[in-house]
Design a protein around this ligand. Structure first.
Ligand code: ITT
Length: 185
């Protein structure tokens, strides 16, 4: 049984839908992800997987994601969850007020591990722009202000399956499932 460890139900719902398409069932382990402070999300994700495996005798996936804004030299990046909790989408829009260069990227690093095996990671990225105002009610986090390349809508204006056509999470999950399906055969 494969568990996605996340305190974020939105993440789980997106991942479940992607994995369903590959015929892989995932369960939700709704605990807080142990998060070290580091300036790269791979380190944060792999550390989280190792810490969880010390306490749970399970096959697990954990993901660390972040929004990297070019005009802010990649901020908030690995500090995305802190920035979301403090200044949120409105705070980001304020920081980018009068900024014409609005390019940004979402990145995700998904780490897989079992108590027997070492942790292995898969990454996914999507480029896009930061909208001029917050739009839409679906999704979570920075979804209302992120417009992925190839769309005019923010992630928060999309259904889960539409967001999954673009997202960093889907891309990381795709890398993982291709590897996982081979490993299982
Ligand atoms: P877990 O750590 O428990 O998995 P989390 O929501 O804190 O849940 P992250 O640390 O990976 O997840 O996310 C960092 C921040 O980036 C957090 O505030 C998220 O809301 C935001 N974020 C991550 N993926 C996102 C996405 O697909 N759309 C919008 N915001 C996202």
């Amino acid at each position: 049984m494969l568990f996605l460890v996340t305190s974020n139900i939105g993440k789980f719902k997106e991942a479940r839908l992607v994995m369903e398409r590959y015929g892989i069932v995932i369960q939700h382990l709704a605990i807080e992800k142990p998060e070290i402070q580091a300036d790269n999300i791979r380190e944060i994700s792999e550390n989280a997987a190792k810490e969880i495996l010390k306490q749970h005798n399970k096959e697990i996936l954990v993901e660390d994601a972040g929004l990297f804004i070019e005009a802010l030299n990649g901020f908030p990046g690995p500090y995305s969850s802190y920035v979301m909790r403090t200044i949120g989408c409105q705070g980001i829009l304020k920081l980018l007020k009068n900024e014409t260069k609005r390019n940004a990227k979402f990145k995700a690093v998904l780490s897989y591990g079992t108590p027997e095996e070492s942790v292995i990671s898969f990454k996914g990225e999507i480029k896009g722009i930061i909208a001029h105002s917050s739009r839409g009610n679906s999704g979570f986090g920075f979804d209302p202000i992120f417009i992925p390349e190839g769309s005019n809508n923010t992630f928060a204006e999309m259904s889960i399956s539409k967001k999954n056509e673009f997202s960093h999470r889907m891309r990381a999950l795709k890398q993982f499932t291709e590897w996982y399906v081979k490993k299982m055969h």
